[in-house]
Design a protein around this ligand. Structure first.
Ligand code: 3PG
Length: 308
């Protein structure tokens, strides 16, 4: 009997990307099914019942979903951050979890610059703004996205510095990033900080007053990472205390309405997380996920497993 792959995406792939993913899997002899834009856990629980593998985005794959998926062997998060998947519950049930690192980085990096220009030009209000050229950009975590941001920043003529305790200095330098020795130093020196840290127990709520108040006059924080890494209360406090600071995010926090109301002109949030929402990123991540599924079942390839 052929294996079944379910594509579960609350935020759907572009139709062309999904078609490519399905065609690849069908050609390899797999059955496919998809649920998109579903509401609540019910449809997901039903859809995973006979799935052998799942392709998801930010869809919440918790212990209940894993328990409802009796035939499941593999979950592939078509994207980078897998904080939406309960990796321990998956491991306990013998289910491997993978991500597709790097596949959607360029899309996210391009959005960072869209947001930086938008903030530098007063949200396109027609008044004189500032330029990115000559400014210092601090990249907080220098993984695939951080490095793609660095590449684009050079084209804008920015001075690029970075902090990442998990990436060695030579690797950063090879990507055009001058490493700084502490996270405090990064914020103190950066006119713009672009966040690329994952949401983990250590990073949740870690971006607050202590770091933000270090930023130079007119500092701008750009968040295309995760809302959970921001300390919402302290963000509101710092924006109130420092009328020069700005914050733009692709993942609105729970205090989005408050920030919009109090700090119009200095705060911006996208209506829906859209960093990875391009045809190219959807195709790259979706196709990589499909290829990883085929390699896992046909060759036992566990290269991208994150919960071993
Ligand atoms: C990622 O972790 O890959 C990005 O945050 C994109 O997430 P999305 O697939 O939910 O848009």
């Amino acid at each position: 009997m052929s294996k079944k792959v379910v594509i579960a995406t609350v935020k759907p792939f572009s139709p062309a990307a999904r078609q490519q993913v399905e065609a690849l899997l069908k050609k390899a002899g797999y059955e496919t099914a998809a649920i998109e834009s579903y509401e609540g856990p019910g449809p997901l629980h039903a859809a995973v019942a006979d799935a052998n593998a799942l392709i998801v985005r930010s869809d919440k794959i918790d212990a209940e979903v894993i328990a409802a998926a009796k035939e499941l062997k593999l979950v592939v998060r078509a994207g980078a951050g897998y904080d939406n998947v309960d990796c321990a519950a998956a491991k306990g049930a013998g289910v491997a979890v993978m991500n597709t690192p790097g596949q959607n980085s360029n899309a996210v990096a391009e959005l960072v610059f869209g947001m930086m220009v938008y903030m530098a030009r007063g949200q396109f209000n027609g008044k004189p703004g500032t330029e990115l050229k000559g400014k210092t950009l601090g990249i907080h975590a220098v993984g695939f996205v951080g490095r793609a941001v660095a590449t684009i920043a050079k084209g804008f003529g920015m001075n690029v510095i970075g902090f990442d305790p998990f990436v060695d200095a030579d690797k950063m330098k090879a990507s055009g990033v001058t490493p700084v020795s502490s996270v405090e130093d990064l914020y103190s020196k950066s006119d713009y900080v672009s966040l690329h840290i994952p949401a983990t127990a250590e990073t949740k709520g870690s971006i607050g007053k202590a770091l933000l108040s270090r930023m130079p006059q007119g500092g701008v924080l750009i968040n295309t990472a995760r809302k959970e890494v921001i300390n919402d209360a302290e963000m509101a406090e710092v924006l109130a205390e420092r009328a020069d600071l700005k914050y733009a995010t692709d993942i609105a926090g729970d205090n989005d309405a408050e920030l919009k109301e109090k700090f119009a002109g200095r705060y911006y949030s996208t209506p829906k997380k859209m960093g990875a929402q391009t045809l190219e990123a959807n195709t790259n991540a979706g196709v990589a996920a499909a290829n990883q599924i085929v390699a896992f079942f046909e060759k036992g390839d566990r290269t991208f497993v994150v919960n071993d």
